[in-house]
Unconditional design. Structure first.
Length: 242
């Protein structure tokens, strides 16, 4: 059983990030660098994390014309991240171009995982229908259609909420990765998230990775919050996967 937790390092700069990581000592963490930290610190932040042995998900959610995404991915390949992503709504051609750019000239063992965001976990079905004007599908159907497109483009998996994980696995296969943010312990604030699930529900749905930010980064004791989430996930994993 692998540790599924990816901690979202949503901090304004490297100094705050380092202060946070000090709590964990030498723990072999999987961390996520998103737009906030990357737009301040750039590739050097990723090099810094990799030099210290962290696994890194570089969460920049690329979405542009295929040529631009292809060439941007060629540069992001230099980061040495373990996982990178695009928006599935950019289409199959864009996702395939992302993959080609990312892996150009890379040896097999260096290749990061490439995944696609389906519908953000902050999006509700009403917003999808009334603001994004995707009205012919339920939110779950739309997510699964995006997952199928990502698979057809040769990607390794998708970002979705836990609610859609089971169906994605049924349609795209168990080895197609599901990476699920919007994780909250019972009774915690949802903040700006809409499609939320507990670590236990994520384990029952057999998701591969859970992405957690504020529940850990804003906790009075981040390490005990991390352990609590891991214990809840592991306990439920053992019960439901026996
Ligand atoms: O659909 C998505 C895609 C990405 N995220 C990112 O995950 C974390 C979640 O942080 P919390 O503080 O646990 O809400 C954040 O970095 C998002 O950019 C997402 O939430 N939903």
């Amino acid at each position: 059983m692998q540790n599924p937790i990816i901690i979202a390092l949503d901090f304004p700069n490297r100094q705050k990030t380092e202060q946070f990581l000090e709590h964990f000592g030498n723990k072999p963490l999987f961390v996520k660098v998103g737009m906030e930290l990357f737009y301040r610190e750039g590739l050097s932040m990723i090099y810094w994390l990799k030099e210290r042995g962290y696994r890194v998900f570089l969460d920049l959610k690329l979405h542009d014309i295929p040529n631009t995404v292809h060439n941007a991915m060629k540069n992001l390949a230099l980061a040495g991240a373990d996982m990178v992503n695009v928006h599935a709504s950019g289409g199959i051609k864009m996702m395939a171009a992302a993959k080609e750019g990312l892996y150009a000239g890379m040896q097999e063992k260096q290749k990061p995982l490439l995944i696609a965001v389906t519908q953000l976990t902050s999006t509700s079905e009403i917003v999808m229908r009334e603001e994004m004007l995707v009205s012919q599908f339920t939110l779950e159907q739309a997510v699964v259609e995006y997952a199928k497109n990502a698979k057809n483009a040769g990607l390794d998996g998708v970002v979705s909420s836990v609610n859609e994980t089971t169906l994605i696995k049924e349609v795209c296969g168990d080895s197609f990765l599901t990476v699920t943010p919007g994780i909250r312990l019972l009774g915690s604030s949802f903040h700006d998230q809409e499609r939320v699930a507990s670590p236990a529900a994520a384990a029952r749905a057999k998701t591969d990775y859970i992405v957690i930010g504020r529940s850990i980064t804003e906790a009075a004791d981040p390490v005990s919050s991390y352990e609590q989430i891991l214990n809840e996930w592991s306990g439920s994993f053992e019960i439901s996967h026996r």
